[in-house]
Every structure is written in C-alpha cells, then in structure tokens.
Design a protein around this ligand. Structure first.
Ligand code: AMP
Ligand code: MG
Length: 403
C-alpha cells in the first residue's frame, strides 16, 4: 500500500500531466484574494520614490550631529511635503516618519536622542551616515519584477500590486470542484433527520476546504447507494475540473463509487493509502476530470482532502503545489498507536517559550467531528513508530484554517 507521501507524489505528477494551460480572467485587485497571478507585475517607478525617513526626528549631516553638538533647526518636513531645498551646513530640519529627506542630509536622528530649545537641537549620541533613511530605489527600481506569474495572492501580494498601481490583475480562473456526497443515510442539513439518518456535514466541510484551497465549490447534493443514482450524479460532476465524492469507497456491499466510476471509464492511480483515518481514499481520472473518492467518515474526509486534494487544486489553479506544512513539536503526553499505518490524530499545539508542545485530544475515531473542533493540528504518528514517550519530538500538520 502507498504511503501518504507516495500518494501525494502521484497526485502531483498526474495533476501536472492532466492540467493544460489554465484559462485566465481580469479581476480588480480588491477581488483577487486567493487567486493565482497569471501575469508579471512591474514596479512603475523607484521604491521608495524618494529618500524616506523611517523615524520622527531631525534630518542632519551625520558628521555634524555629534554628542554634545548643537544645530539650528530651520523648519519641518512632514509626510507628503515637497522637498527641494538642500539642507545647509550647521542646520537641521525636523522630519516625520515617511517624509522625504532633503538633499544633502545623510541621516535622521530619532527625536528621543535629542534635546530641543526654541531654535537649536542638541544631540546625545554619535550619528552614522545613512541611519534611519531608506534610500530612493533601494526596495525596487522602475521596471523591476514586483510579482511573478504563479504566485498566490494573499494580503501582502495584493498590497504590492496596489502599491505599483496595478488595479486590475490577470489571474487564473479557479478550478471548479463538484462536491457529491453518497449514502442512503444522508439527509440535507435543512431537513429533520430520521432516527437513523445523518445530516450531510461533509458537503459543508468539503465546500469550505475547497474555498480555502483556492477552488470554486459546485455543490451536487447527495447520491443514494444505487448504481443508477450514483452514475447519473457522477456524470453531472464530470462536467467540472475536479469531482470530490465522500463515502462509498470502503469494502461494504453498498460501497459502489469505484465500480460506478469504472463503468464510466475511470482510470485509477491509487485506491488505498497506508493512513488512518482515510485508508480507502481513491484518486483517478474520468474523461477530462480528476476524481477523488474520499471515505465518508467526516474526519477521514477532512484529512484526505488536506493530504491529497489540495496539491491537485494548486496545480489546476496555475500554482506550484504547496508543501505539506509539517512542523516539529514536543509530545506532552505518551502515545500508543498501531504500527503499519501513519496516524493523523486530532491534537492541540501550544506555543510555550521556545519549542511548540503538542497534545493528542481524546476522540472516538473518524466519525468524531466534535473532537476536531478543539484541534488546531493533526499529530502525525509514523507507521514505524507506534509508541512515543512524552518529551520526544513528533511531526504535526497544522490546521491552517484556524491557526
Ligand atoms: P462510508 O464511507 O460511506 O462508509 O461512510 C462512513 C460513515 O461516514 C457513514 O456511516 C456516516 O456515518 C458518515 N458519513 C458518510 N457520508 C457523510 C456525510 N456526507 N456527512 C456526514 N457524515 C457522513
Ligand atoms: Mg456510505
């Protein structure tokens, strides 16, 4: 059986060979959060556009502002003021953070290290040339590449585009992801369930995970555990870039997802991974759509989405697949597992002084959604290391949606 790392590698190679050139669209910068950039963005001028003061204080000639020396203060410059007159010898000018340093001045002295009388400023410390000034053009030269294609747009990237006046951004369209749950026991969340029914929470968590991963969820409801209903709904799902199914991939008599997909011409790249929860996860391609069959127990569905669906969505979004954000933490309490499978346990990561500390949470297996609501990470128990003592280092997979 494949390890989760091997399964991820298969997802990445197959998604890359499957993904053609991605369509693009033009978006206002304020609507582009989470999209992947499809163009190069250039600096329209130098950054900073003038020698910028990083402190409130006095602009000086550094050689004149020595301990005990006094200079005549000849005015003030605030952010936005036009600056053209050079600073004359024997003088200083009061300057605010973000303002332009006048020609001739080569340092800014923080106001905290000066004493002021009406006309003059006396300096307490030695002054180094260049201190508290960001020189014009030191962050970027006009024409420099500010943002490259393939970059996912977060708040800083949007600010960088806005700073250089790129108000419309050419982005890759988000991959459309159909979400289809399966199971005779599943009812819509708006209905009152019968005593043996289960509300369709997977369609809610999957839509959230798709959105967080940069995809566009296309809800398709639920299919009964019957070949006709499953086939018809899967065919609808095959109209989009990716189809994510939950449930129906285990060994039960009514787990029909794989056989129905096969009947529709699917090829499979894997249909089991050595993990718990999530062992029966399926990945394949059917017609022009990548298909993930995730086990239906809610925690299995969530874990297998994080491990396997996200890299495919990255690639179909026009980005490189992001690495799994695994961290090392110190185990707070001893753990006993079963060997052979890599376990992903709901856990809580705390930042104590230097190293993060992690504690597995009490849970009742992969159906226990409520255990996960207190978890901010999964503790990754390796297949070959089932028993771990308190104080040892372990790997954790943070829940980046809540951390
Ligand atoms: P399955 O993978 O189809 O064997 O489903 C395993 C269990 O997961 C079922 O017995 C349900 O309790 C639960 N389950 C399956 N689908 C969903 C869903 N859409 N929402 C919430 N729970 C589900
Ligand atoms: Mg089922």
């Amino acid at each position: 059986m494949l390890s989760f790392e091997e399964a991820r590698r298969l997802v990445i190679t197959q998604s890359k060979s499957h993904a053609g050139p991605r369509p693009t669209l033009a978006l206002p910068v304020s609507d582009a959060l989470g999209y992947v950039l499809a163009q190069e963005i250039h600096a329209d001028r130098e950054y900073p556009p003038f020698h910028r003061s990083t402190r409130d204080g006095y602009a000086v000639w550094a050689s004149e502002a020595m301990p005990g020396a006094s200079l005549r203060c000849v005015g003030e410059i605030k952010a936005g003021d036009t600056v053209s007159l050079p600073l004359a010898a024997g003088t200083c000018v009061q300057i605010m953070t973000g303002a332009a340093v006048p020609p001739g001045a080569d340092a800014v002295v923080m106001i905290e290290f000066t004493r002021r009388t009406e006309e003059t400023v006396t300096f307490d410390r030695a002054t180094q040339p260049g201190q508290n000034i960001v020189p014009r053009g030191s962050e970027a030269r006009a024409g420099d590449v500010a943002l490259s294609p393939g970059l996912r747009l977060g708040f800083a990237e949007l600010a960088a585009a806005a700073q250089v006046g790129s108000v419309t951004l050419q982005c890759h369209k988000k991959p459309r992801v159909t979400i289809l749950s399966t199971g005779d026991e599943i009812v819509p969340i708006t209905e009152t369930p019968g005593p043996f029914h289960i509300r369709n929470s997977n369609s809610v968590s999957l839509a959230a995970q798709v959105q967080l991963a940069g995809g566009e969820p296309v809800p398709l409801g639920n299919a009964l555990d019957r070949v006709d209903d499953l086939s018809a709904k899967i065919e609808q799902g095959l109209r989009e870039d990716v189809l994510v199914l939950s449930g129906g991939v285990s060994m039960g008599k009514y787990d029909l997802v794989e056989s129905v997909l096969k009947g529709l011409g699917a090829e499979f790249f894997f249909d089991a991974v050595a993990i718990r929860p999530g062992k029966p996860a399926v990945f394949g391609r059917c017609r022009n759509t990548l298909v993930f069959g995730l086990p239906g127990n809610p925690v299995s569905t969530m874990v297998t989405f994080q491990l396997f669906v996200i890299p495919a969505l990255d690639i179909l979004s026009g980005a490189e697949p992001r690495a799994l954000p695994q961290l090392e933490a110190t185990l707070a309490e001893p753990l006993k597992g079963k060997s052979g499978l890599t376990h992903f346990l709901p856990a809580r990561l705390e930042w104590r002084a230097s190293a993060p500390l992690v504690r597995a949470l009490r849970w009742h297996g992969s159906g226990d959604i409520s255990a996960l609501t207190g978890a901010n990470c999964f503790l990754v128990l390796p297949a070959d290391r089932p028993d771990i003592a308190a104080g040892e280092k372990v790997s954790v997979l943070p829940r980046t949606d809540v951390l």
